[in-house]
Design a protein around this ligand. Structure first.
Ligand code: NAP
Ligand code: MG
Length: 398
């Protein structure tokens, strides 16, 4: 069989630990035999990030801007323990944070639905995608402790030196204050990315905030979304037969639980942080959660939502066989290959991605899976396999 040919290279970002091992297995067992893989390789494994003073991460993000589609393996975000473990020159920043800042992107997380894997919410028969605004609010805050008798004010200084002040609180006892911000630019970019993604997925878009309490801050989000929708997207949504729906965050939460899924839920930064953990747990497994970073100008970076699965890697280093779920990483590859196929008009590549996804799901629906997933599986004939066997079982079905 002739291998499928590619036109434009995929930006390939390798990573760390167990997922780095799985990365190579996926390529060897599931991709290279069928696709004449054209990729521009960046090694984002921690040793090489350290060697290049993290320049490789910046180069990989720039390459994504140039080519438009990337696939990324999970990477270590260094902490104090990693400084010694990897003998690092510096505590390098999170690669995902660096890439997100360069691409100015929004992260969309979607669970993979598998028959026989029980979700905690039985009505959720379709995936819910969370789109998290990744800039500002409490993630870029300034906080202070305030002592008894102090008066706290918001002060804004204009370029000409004029000050505008608003009283926050006069403290009768000790307390705390916090300053947060966001920008119209960032909110608009977020809104457009969500509207575009909804059109691409042909799914309704929900957005919610606490505008009844936060009458200026959260209300700004609501207004920007509404204005962009009315002027740029309303007609396109009507043509596609999908809806944009705004509601109060409280109402959104209760509607989400009662829903059957199948829509995109745009969340402010904090809501997205908390709700994506809730959703990942409710849908069953981190190993089945996909993630794609999309920039307002349509650049895509696909990855798994989970980390490098450190505990499994240490077992692997001891020579033990691990049972790590490769599915979310496979779906990062299929997402990226399909997008490349769409952009370069290579239908065989899109078809290959579809087939690999179907083979992956079929494998689990036949009862073949990793250990963690098997705890959630209601099928009678379960077969817990090691990572490599899992991949060969998928290859057999492919
Ligand atoms: P993690 O790698 O996601 O693993 C947490 C636990 O979840 C694992 O120990 C395992 O549970 C289970 N798990 C996750 N993925 C699995 C899979 N594919 N198959 C089977 N089980 C899976 O998170 P972490 O331990 O908090 O972080 C480890 C490293 O990853 C850290 O250095 C962190 O910086 C990095 N990280 C990177 C990214 C990213 O690049 N996007 C995201 C998150 C974390 P059991 O041990 O119980 O089997
Ligand atoms: Mg979180």
């Amino acid at each position: 069989m002739a291998k499928i040919q590619m036109k434009t290279p995929l930006v390939e970002m390798d990573g760390d630990e167990m997922t780095r091992i799985i990365w190579k297995m996926i390529k060897d067992i599931l991709i290279n035999p069928y696709v004449d893989l054209k990729s521009e390789y960046y090694d984002l494994g921690l040793p090489y990030r350290n060697e290049t003073n993290d320049q490789v991460t910046i180069d990989a993000a720039e390459a994504t801007k140039k080519y438009g589609v990337a696939v990324k393996c999970a990477t270590i975000t260094p902490n104090a323990a990693r400084m010694t473990e990897y003998n690092l020159k510096e505590m390098w920043k999170s690669p995902n944070g660096t890439i997100r800042a360069i691409l100015d992107g929004t992260v969309f997380r979607t669970p993979i639905i598998v028959n026989g894997i029980s979700t905690y919410i039985p009505t959720w028969t379709k995936p819910i995608t969370i789109a998290r605004h990744a800039y500002g609010d409490i993630y870029k805050n300034t906080e202070m402790k305030v002592s008894e008798g102090c008066k706290a004010e918001l002060v804004v200084t204009a370029p000409d030196g004029t000050e505008t002040r608003k009283l926050i609180h006069t403290f009768a006892g000790d307390g705390v204050i916090q300053g947060v911000h966001n920008t119209d630019d960032s909110i608009s970019g977020f809104a457009r990315t969500c509207f575009n993604y909804a059109l691409e997925m042909k799914q309704d878009l929900w957005f919610a905030s606490k505008d009844t309490i936060s009458k200026i801050y959260d209300h700004r989000f609501k207004d920007i979304f509404a204005e962009i929708y009315e002027t740029e997207y309303k007609e396109k949504f009507e043509e596609a037969g999908i809806e944009y729906f705004y509601t109060l965050i409280d109402d959104a939460v209760s509607r989400v639980i009662r829903s059957e899924g199948g829509f995109i839920w745009a969340c402010k930064n904090y809501d997205g942080d908390v709700m994506s953990d809730m959703l990942a747990t409710a849908y069953g497994s981190l190993g089945l959660m996909t993630s794609v970073l999309v920039s307002p100008d349509g650049k895509y970076e696909y990855e798994a939502a989970h980390g490098t699965v450190t505990r499994h890697y240490y077992n692997y280093l001891k020579g033990e066989k691990t049972s790590t779920n490769p599915i979310a990483t496979i779906f990062a590859w299929t997402g990226a290959l399909r997008k490349r196929g769409e952009l370069d008009d290579i239908p065989e590549l899109c078809e290959f991605a579809d087939k690999l996804e179907r083979a992956s799901i079929k494998t689990m629906e036949d009862g073949v899976m990793d250990k963690n997933l098997s705890y959630l599986c209601t099928l009678e004939n379960k077969k817990v396999v090691d990572t490599e066997t899992f991949l060969h079982e998928i290859a057999a079905r492919l």
